[in-house]
Ligand binder design. Structure first.
Ligand code: MV4
Length: 446
């Protein structure tokens, strides 16, 4: 087992990884920019190294500085968290070249899943259902037109190097396809330097359901159920829950089994999340994430597992301690992402927190690295905390969520806490009847 892990991240996820390490008796090295000198993960870590100025490109994305920090502190492994370098295959390669363990999948799998065309081909070959569409990329408008005619309009043009909604354009009918192709290619070229695109049947009101999976280096793969992440705004998840209110036990077991078989065939290592669109009882693969996700705590709440501990264990070569039959799903969990943003305009609201009181009590967990007197820097994403409530069933979670939100006091900046009272007031949400466009329609943004 590792003696010292460098945490190549900041904020709540850096604290989250630090906590798992502490419980495992592993020393932690925090890295931070000059803007994060007073951050909680720096204060709690066993060691810390300032790796550069505030802008992420000069700090949290600065691979030479991070590798230097690992070398001088003697870290045996690096945990990338999520975002930043967590799905950067070149970083994973460089870490391995320094004979340091990258706590995650191999660079090969990170690279594979980063290419949405290759990823779709690989998972389809491994038995995962995919959205009907082009066999690989489309290289000409003529080819695109032929595919679109076969699958039927509306179709969606997607960037091979895309993800998170970038470089996506809907073509409602044949007349719209040339423009959609042109715009998607241009956006993809600008955003990723790669204008390869592919075509899929456009699903109008799907849910976004993702399956958590974990694999060790001994061929053992287990799924940890699903999360419903349909409540999104501009491709940013706002609220996630497990299990999905849309699935029954049969569907849950079926998609879990399909994912486990496919991940085994791929020879995948570590935690991973297979993302699906779910519409009219059918699952359609869209992407696979090769990192620990922001919303992992809802899975922890219903399985009782510590996913960061599991990641560290399998990265060190340890075997999973359980088989699929040993994973028991108990109760329900809901996570709300609290952002330092205006709850109506969503304009960022950095600044100094003058008063802070977090909820507590039965079934309320707060993953946050802020405190009274802390100043939210303007350089990074606006997530300041995750409120995760868990209970015996969904209704208990909804009651607990209302109670916990009303306990949450953050003074000095604006936050999105009021948004959740608004969502909880909607009967459709209370009934679990929502899809990926529901929130934007509620906010009249669509
Ligand atoms: C889709 C889709 C509808 N049909 N693919 C958005 C980003 C990336 N995860 C894939 N996305 C979508 N792919 C087909 N064939 C709708 C979306 C989509 C979406 C997916 C999940 C969660 C929120 C979303 C918001 C807008 C569009």
């Amino acid at each position: 087992m590792f003696e010292k892990i460098l945490i190549a991240n900041r904020g709540e996820i850096a604290l989250r990884v630090h906590r798992a390490c502490q419980e495992m008796g592993i020393q932690t090295v925090a890295i931070h920019s000059t803007a994060d000198a007073d951050a909680m993960h720096v204060r709690l870590a066993d060691e810390s190294v300032c790796i550069g100025p505030a802008p992420a490109a000069q700090s949290y994305l600065n691979i030479p500085a991070i590798m230097a920090a690992a070398e001088i502190t003697g870290a045996q492994a690096i945990h990338p968290g999520y975002g930043f370098l967590s799905e950067n295959a070149r970083f994973a390669d460089i870490v391995a070249e320094h004979e340091i363990t990258f706590i995650g999948p191999t660079a090969e799998h990170i690279r594979l899943m980063g290419d949405k065309i290759a990823a779709k081909q690989a998972v389809a070959d491994a038995g995962i259902p995919v959205v009907p569409g082009s066999e690989g990329g489309v290289t000409s408008d003529t080819e695109a037109k032929k595919v679109a005619k076969e699958i039927g309009y509306p179709v969606l043009v997607k960037a091979a190097a895309g993800g998170g909604g970038k470089g996506m354009k809907v073509a409602p009918a044949a007349k719209d396809l040339p423009e959609a192709l042109k715009t998607a290619r241009a956006e993809a070229k600008a955003a990723f330097g790669d204008d390869a695109v592919y075509i899929e049947k456009y699903l109008g009101r799907p849910r976004h359901i993702e399956v958590q999976v974990i694999a060790d280096s001994h061929g053992n793969v287990v799924h940890l159920g699903e999360r419903d992440c349909s409540l999104q705004r501009r491709h940013q998840k706002v609220l996630e829950e497990a299990p999905s209110p849309a699935l029954n036990e049969g569907e849950r077991a079926e998609i879990g089994d399909i994912v486990v078989k496919a991940v085994k065939k791929l020879g995948y290592l570590g935690v991973g999340t297979v993302e699906f669109l779910y519409e009219d009882g059918a699952f359609y693969f869209i992407e696979m994430n090769t990192r620990l996700q922001v919303e992992h705590p809802v899975t922890e709440a219903i399985t009782g597992l510590d996913l960061v501990r599991e990641q560290i264990r399998v990265a060190s070569g340890a075997k999973l301690e359980y088989k699929q039959k040993d994973v028991v799903f108990e109760g329900h969990a809901i996570e709300c992402r609290i952002n330092a943003e205006n709850p109506v305009t969503f304009a960022p609201s950095p600044g100094r927190i003058t008063q802070y009181h977090a909820p507590g009590g039965l079934g309320a967990r707060i993953d946050s690295a802020v405190y009274a007197g802390y100043s939210i820097p303007p350089y990074y994403d606006s997530l300041i905390g995750k409120l995760i409530v868990s209970g015996r069933n969904r209704n208990e979670c909804l009651m607990r969520l209302r109670r916990a939100l009303h306990e949450y006091v953050i003074v000095g900046i604006e936050t999105t806490i009021p948004l959740f009272d608004r969502i909880l007031a909607e009967q459709e949400f209370v009934d679990g009847q929502y899809h990926i466009h529901w929130l934007e329609q509620l906010l009249k943004e669509e």
